[in-house]
Design a protein. Structure first.
Lengths: 277, 441
């Protein structure tokens, strides 16, 4: 809509046969801000994510990413891998999808594939070991090293990703997504399965990604403490439709949101209310 | 007075005996069912073409009894020996020695291979066998790119071998092009067919991919058989020219290499020459593959094997990544095919059956998917081992099959069961194969 929003979702609908997973959803994600997408289980949050990142083709509606230079990219027209490559949208997965048999460092190198592919002259310059390739590779390793340092895994850089503890794998997946140098980072339940200390570290990491890198973040999260602490803007979904939108404080006091959570799961509604008091 | 002391021992023994007998009985029963028809009844065609049969219950009883007894012995041995752990069988001191040996095995093998024509100069059989093994090493390394790195199960690899062989054979016999000109052409043509195969199978995974690639291999063979005007059909292509040494033929004449060097001509020269050609080709394949693994394309192949969805989320074009894997593997297959044609001097569709594909795939799987050294060792075991058992005549396949089964029990993930990382910060540590995915499409 305006220059401030990086992602505009416009009347998005997604049907699977007779099931309407997402119905006429519109929202904006602001540049340089953290936007959270919350809602009870089965509300259609991950479907929205899959539409944005190109894993599903939406039945109706449009999604637009606007870059700083004013370039606007219609996401629904792009194939999955081009969304990461051209629209600079990176994502993580609800169930971690690292490359378990590759080291942490290798995972971060794979993420820089497109940049390295160009630097290696589509493999040919790399095959003969051209100096330009060597410097590009060194730069890529430095970027990976930087991220490993940020997530505190520099000492485990040469360990297989599948051998890392669960919390480390979550952070590594975020670092891997950041290595694609995205403008918009989409995180699907990054705090799932983390303990309180790890959640706090995650919040810190996400805030620093937003502040230090200027990367906008869109996240799905069930952990309300994380959502309320770091989000600038919250969109609430239930049964495929948006039921509320606003600052964390607005959402906390919104009776519709509390009702939706109460209807779905008592504990979660209590968690919402408690985090408000 | 000794009875009370012995009693608890007996009590602990008693359930073991029942267990052993139960296990032996089950084994004997399975053996009875299995062998009742195989051994118990012998059938033959009578003089008038009718079926005659007679029973051999004595032999059957002997086999079943052997299984029963054997099962008891094995179980007793197992209980006496206790749980089998790596530490128990291989003490740490031996293990450290083995680790040193493991590091040394690749260079030692390479040096030995270089010296084979020198050591076995007079033994034509060994030299021929060496060429055969090296051909399969090269094919294995080629297929390793597709199956081991990219995780795409390709059962029709022989198609590219055939394309390479026929490319050289037809180009050389029809246009008189030399081996060294045809070699890259054969590789390019095979890579082209690799891409052609790649396109329709891009969306297929696992079993479906395997079936379509299997069909592709058969299609190529059937086209070669039936396109008589071009390929000569089942008669094949004969009098394929031999490779020359930079334009100098290895013939007994005055312009031959032997005459130019002023040494006496011997047919062994050509064999040795061929040996070094295939060695050079195989080492080229190895070098390129090792290089590619450390480049973004190679890492993308391995990432594709690990998780295709994650690859797409990272902006990797999985289509071109798969196609380059197919093309690269096919190109090496094409090189090997061209070499095969020039070595044999005659090729026919019979050389390119599914059995070849299966053999090469077995080499890759046995070697430990993705491991270059493993593939080389597996090719040596499979091809060399098969020759080793030649003296056993009709039992050769049986012994060979048994050896394979034992190897797969002992080393389910192949001879070299770990993956070496392509890049490291502090130190390179091998990744256990339990973590490495096999790929599923």
């Amino acid at each position: 809509m305006n220059g401030k929003s990086i992602l505009t979702v416009d009347h998005l609908s997604m049907r699977f046969g007779g099931i309407v997973a997402v119905s006429d959803l519109s929202f904006d994600a602001e540049r340089g801000k953290i936007t959270a997408l919350i809602g009870p289980n089965g509300a259609g949050k991950t479907t929205v994510f899959n539409c944005i990142t190109g894993f599903y083709k939406p039945t109706l509606g449009a999604m637009r990413v606007t870059h700083l230079d004013g370039r606007a990219i219609q996401l629904e027209r792009l194939n999955d891998f081009r969304i990461s490559k051209l629209a600079k949208v990176a994502r993580t997965f609800q169930n971690i999808r690292l490359f378990p048999g590759m080291t942490a460092l290798e995972n971060l190198m794979v993420a820089q594939h497109n940049a390295l592919m160009l630097a290696s002259g589509l493999t040919f310059l790399g095959l003969i070991g051209a100096p330009s390739w060597r410097t590009a590779e060194k730069r890529a390793i430095d970027l990976a090293r930087l991220w490993l340092d940020r997530i505190g895994l520099i000492d485990r850089a040469d360990d297989a990703a599948g051998n890392l503890p669960y919390g480390d794998q979550r952070r590594l997946e975020i670092a891997r997504a950041m290595c694609t140098e995205p403008a918009l980072l989409c995180l699907d339940e990054p705090a799932a399965g983390l303990n309180a200390r790890e959640s706090a570290a995650l919040s810190e990491l996400l805030l620093s990604i937003r502040t230090d890198h200027g990367t906008s973040i869109l996240l799905i999260e069930h952990d309300m403490s994380v959502v309320m602490e770091i989000s600038d803007h919250v969109v609430v979904m239930d049964y495929g439709v948006k039921i509320a939108e606003g600052t964390p404080q607005d959402i906390r006091d919104d009776p519709k949101v509390i009702a939706a959570y109460l209807g779905a799961d008592e504990e979660e509604a209590i968690a919402v209310m408690e985090s408000g008091t | 007075m000794t009875a009370p002391a012995a009693e608890p021992k007996l009590a602990s023994r008693a359930p073991d005996v029942a267990f052993i007998f139960k296990k032996a009985l089950i084994s004997a029963l399975v053996a009875l069912v299995l062998f009742s028809l195989m051994i118990g009844i012998r059938t033959e065609a009578g003089p008038a073409g009718q079926l005659i049969y007679w029973t051999r219950f004595g032999d059957l009883a002997a086999v079943v009894a052997a299984v029963f007894g054997g099962s008891i012995v094995v179980e007793l041995l197992r209980q006496w020996w206790g749980p089998v752990g790596t530490i128990r069988i291989v003490p740490p001191s031996v293990q450290s020695t083995l680790a040193v040996a493991r590091r040394a095995i690749a260079p030692v093998l390479l040096i030995f291979t270089f010296l084979v024509p020198v050591i076995f100069y007079d033994q034509r059989y060994i030299l021929d066998l060496g060429i055969l093994v090296l051909t399969y090493v090269m094919l294995g390394w080629g297929l390793n790119v597709v199956v081991g790195l990219a995780g795409l199960l390709d059962l029709g690899y022989v198609a590219f071998y055939a394309v390479g062989a026929y490319s050289y054979a037809l180009l050389a016999t029809n246009f008189g092009l030399s081996f060294w000109v045809c070699l890259p052409l054969a590789g390019i043509l095979a890579a082209f067919w690799g891409v052609l195969l790649g396109f329709p199978v891009l969306r297929l995974r696992g079993d479906y991919l395997a079936i379509v690639t299997l069909a592709f291999g058969e299609i190529i063979r059937l086209v070669i058989i039936n396109w008589q005007s071009l390929t000569g059909g089942p008669n094949g292509v004969s009098s394929i020219p031999r490779p020359s040494f930079f334009g100098i033929p290895l013939t007994p004449g005055d312009d031959g290499l032997a005459a130019k060097l002023g040494i006496e001509f011997s047919p062994t020269h050509r064999i040795v020459f061929l040996f070094y050609i295939i060695l050079a080709l195989a080492l080229l394949t190895n070098w390129v593959t090792i290089r590619l693994r450390r480049l973004p394309i190679g890492r993308a192949w391995e990432a594709l094997r690990e998780d295709e969805v994650a690859c797409r989320a990272l902006g990797i074009n999985t289509t071109t990544t798969k196609l380059t894997a197919f093309a690269t593997g096919a190109m090496f297959g094409g090189f090997a095919g061209a070499f095969f044609a020039t070595r044999q001097g005659f090729i026919s569709p019979e050389s390119f059956t599914f059995q070849e594909s299966a053999l090469v795939l077995a080499i890759v799987v046995l070697g430990g998917m993705g491991s270059q050294l493993g593939v080389a060792l597996a090719a040596l075991t499979m091809i060399g081992g098969f020759e080793l058992f030649r003296g056993l005549d009709q039992y050769r396949m049986l012994v060979f099959g048994l050896a394979m089964v034992l190897l797969m029990i002992w080393r389910p993930r192949g001879l070299i069961g770990h993956r070496a990382p392509t890049v490291f910060l502090q130190h390179s540590q091998a990744i256990s194969s339990d973590l490495v995915k096999e790929g599923h499409g």
